[in-house]
Design a protein around this ligand. Structure first.
Ligand code: F3S
Length: 391
């Protein structure tokens, strides 16, 4: 790999130990993936924030890096294992909370903005067309590449942190034009509206990708909320960092010749596969984190009702604060539903706490089963509210 003088200096430890370790990580990755050089990134989003995933070894690594590591570009965090303020409300133990706070403090010492969210693009970390970035969380990466036209590989926690501390990433993968070329067209012949439709579409497309980048026709009308649902699902079920969709992706590419049609039948089949049974004891909304618009809809639907099951609505703290100003938070909390800021029901330590989770997120279905061993119900918002408030 060809390094600039400054990069060689970073590697030699001229800017401290953490920066040297960060550069070592980036050079190792660059060599593995055959990168020719480093590129400067415009922003970073770091995953690996929940103490539930990090454990003590992860916390120790972060505290060492925080001794002299400082972020060189705008860097934000993925959700933590708890609401950083109202963690008791979510039933998080004191022991967990103490460790989680240390994790977030270590990131803060490094100058990383502790807005813990998988929707950084809703709270001010919004890259532009062609911007090289180093983001970690798979739905956010997919949104950045596919909807905003920025360029990010799916970084792991350590490589994203390394990018934050050096302002660089190795140039490989979807930073290069050839890895962004679509290989198969999906023509959606059904009008999709609800975010569960888009989540199901992500599963249908994702499961037939076999490593190719999809070109999705027929969804050009989709707005932010369905798109974030699609991004989360397609990245989960297909492992892809991007898709192209005419009318959405601000990047000119050629439509691939191979074509697959997606009809209502496939969408409904995918939904069926994401539902186990109906004895729900946990309702989970906000994967990816809810937008202000979604919070407004939730509040409207909860008006005058009372939840009878544990109900979490996951959001970025900044979105919660915006909602507070509109009185939405009070409205939602009046129903007994809990606003879970800074966290989500996949990274929080809730394995075994519930039996069956109802959600409108195809991604949460996957991890609810795989990580938390929950049975699941996949349903649109109206149905989730009906379940949550059932006597
Ligand atoms: Fe976000 Fe957690 Fe879902 S990080 S995409 S809410 S699994």
């Amino acid at each position: 790999m060809e390094l600039t003088e400054e990069e060689r200096g970073l590697l030699a430890g001229e800017q401290g130990r953490a920066a040297r370790r960060a550069m070592e990580i980036l050079v190792a990755l660059g060599n593995i993936y055959g990168a020719k050089r480093m590129i400067e990134v415009k922003s970073v989003q770091v995953a690996g924030v929940s103490y539930d995933n990090l454990g003590d070894a992860g916390l120790e690594f972060l505290e060492e890096m925080a001794e002299d590591g400082r972020a060189k570009v705008l860097s934000t965090l993925n959700p933590a294992g708890m609401d950083l303020e109202d963690w008791e409300e979510l039933g998080i133990s004191e022991a967990f909370a103490a460790k989680q706070k240390k994790v977030v403090e270590a990131f803060a010492r490094m100058g990383i903005v502790t807005s813990c969210t998988c929707t950084p693009y809703l709270v001010g970390n919004e890259p532009a067309l062609g911007d090289p970035i180093a983001w970690s969380e798979s739905s956010a990466v997919c949104y950045a590449n596919s909807v905003l036209g920025a360029r990010s590989n799916r970084e792991g926690g350590p490589s994203a942190l390394a990018a934050a501390l050096t302002g660089r990433t190795a140039e490989y993968g979807v930073h290069l034009d050839e890895a962004r070329r679509p290989g198969v067209t999906f023509e959606v012949r059904e009008a999709l509206h609800d975010i569960t439709d888009f989540g199901a579409l992500g599963k249908v497309v994702g499961e037939s990708l076999r490593g190719r980048v999809p070109y999705i026709k027929g969804i050009g009308h989709a707005k932010t909320d369905p798109l974030k649902s699609l991004c989360a699902s397609i990245a989960t079920y297909g492992g892809t960092a991007l898709f192209h969709a005419p009318g959405i992706t601000p990047e000119e590419v050629k439509e691939p010749d191979e074509k697959v049609f997606v009809d209502r039948e496939e969408i409904e089949q995918a939904k069926k596969e994401m539902t186990d049974d109906e004895e729900v004891d946990f309702v989970a909304i906000g994967c990816p984190h809810c937008s202000l618009d979604e919070l407004r809809r939730i509040e409207g639907q909860l008006k005058g009702k009372r939840v009878s099951r544990e109900t979490w609505i996951a959001v970025a703290r900044q979105v919660k604060e915006d909602a507070e100003r509109e009185g939405i938070v009070r409205g939602i909390q009046k129903s007994g539903a809990k606003i879970a800021a800074d966290t989500c029901f996949v990274v929080a330590p809730i394995r075994g706490r519930f039996r069956c989770m109802a959600t409108n997120s195809a991604k949460a279905v996957f991890y609810g089963r795989a990580k938390n061993r929950f049975r699941v119900v996949f349903a649109p918002l109206e149905k989730l509210i009906e379940i949550a408030t059932r006597p």
